[in-house]
Design a protein around this ligand. Structure first.
Ligand SMILES: [Mg+2]
Length: 383
């Protein structure tokens, strides 16, 4: 079996830009993968095109070697853009090879550890009364873990984010929310890397102990030492890692206890090949995976296969409940469907997802530019 073609497609089926890769073999099999960057299409598509040049003709079953060759062959190893392209190819190779063997992808990863993959849900409320009602509704529907939106993250006029105002309001929200819903539900907010160390510490210190169960990405992640300083200022568990593009980026966060829930994104970290290594490294430190999954059905399907195969699992991000039906069956005739608060693990060959690119033919090509967020003084902050 040889790789016959690798195609990159970017399109926007409604909610966000999706970047997918299709790998074909010379004996009629194909597999799908997705890139986690979901922007800068020319760069990701260009990286896939470079890789295509030397991957055509190779044996698609040598997935681990292909990972090494794509990571290391340009001498300047890795990087976020290259690993998202690699991730898409790696996921597609797993889909293709599993189909060729007639087995689900999890069989390539050591077999099925669980029958269902638990998920967490995300709130969208922007005032306290709505937030309490929304969380109570999710608890009544059986959700164990609820991630909350902080004040001012989205939908602000001119995309202005004021951290001190957000910290004060959001700390008050969560204190009242915990009193309203009691000790049961797992609750944690996502700060989208918008805070400084001092702001993040203030946020945590303004709430009674036990108010939140995790804090997702309060500060940027380039400097693990900054997280170590923040760790010394609060005992709230951190959920970090959705941007990490290799096991090496995860390494200090795992080894120094800086991430307590690994927010791994299989479409960013480098596909199944790298995700399984990160999962094993996390297992040695008793850290559960809590994967990032805001992308398309290929990412969800790959994350479900990963969740089936690893022992250390907390929850998968699911956005189909808070945002509604995301992608049509016309474009994705086979896609994972949530059952209550978890995804059943499919037993069909491959990933359990398919794309009808003909149905996506008339959709806008990607190239969606995220809005650029600023502080009130006009300076730049993170998206
Ligand atoms: Mg996040």
């Amino acid at each position: 079996m040889k790789i016959a073609d690798i195609q990159f497609r970017s399109f926007n089926p409604g909610r966000r830009n999706l970047q997918v890769v299709r790998v074909e073999s010379d004996n009629g099999y194909y597999g799908w993968g997705e890139s986690g960057l979901s922007s800068r299409d020319l760069a990701v598509g260009g990286a896939v095109a470079h890789f295509r040049d030397f991957l055509i003709g190779q044996d698609p079953r040598r997935i681990g070697r292909i990972w090494q060759e794509t990571y290391r062959s340009q001498y300047f190893e890795g990087g976020r853009v290259l690993t998202t392209a690699m991730a898409a190819i790696d996921i597609a190779l797993h889909d293709l090879v599993a189909k060729s063997l007639g087995v689900p992808v999890y069989q390539l990863l050591g077999g099925k550890q669980r029958d269902f993959v638990p998920c967490f849900v995300t709130t969208n409320s922007q005032n306290l009364d709505d937030l309490i009602a929304e969380v109570k509704g999710y608890v009544a529907d059986g959700w164990e873990c609820i991630r909350t939106l902080v004040w001012g993250l989205w939908e602000t006029e001119g995309h202005v984010f004021e951290p001190r105002e957000s910290v004060a309001i959001t700390a008050g929200w969560h204190t009242a929310l915990r009193e309203a819903v009691g000790p049961g539900p797992v609750i944690g907010p996502d700060y989208h890397h918008r805070l400084s160390v001092a702001e993040a510490a203030s946020y945590c210190q303004r709430m009674p102990p036990g108010t939140i169960d995790f804090l997702e990405e309060p500060i940027r992640d380039e400097t693990p030492a900054a997280y170590a300083v923040l760790r010394s200022m609060t005992d709230v568990p951190f959920a970090i890692g959705e941007e990490f593009s290799s096991k090496w980026q995860f390494a200090p966060y795992i080894e120094q206890g800086l991430t307590n829930f690994a927010r791994l994104d299989i479409c960013n970290v480098g596909g199944f090949t790298e995700a399984m290594k990160v999962a094993g490294w996390c297992e040695t430190h008793y850290i559960d995976l809590m994967p990032h999954n805001p992308l398309g059905p290929v990412c969800t399907a790959a994350s479900v296969q990963l969740g089936a195969a690893v022992p250390n699992w907390a929850w998968l991000e699911d956005r189909t409940v808070d945002l509604g039906r995301l992608y049509s069956d016309e474009i994705f005739p086979v896609q994972p469907k949530l059952d209550g608060t978890w995804y059943p693990v499919p037993d069909t060959p491959g990933l359990g997802v398919d794309i009808n690119l003909d149905a996506a033919r008339d959709l806008p090509v990607g190239q969606t530019e995220s809005h650029h967020t600023v502080r009130p003084d006009g300076s730049v902050t993170n998206f």
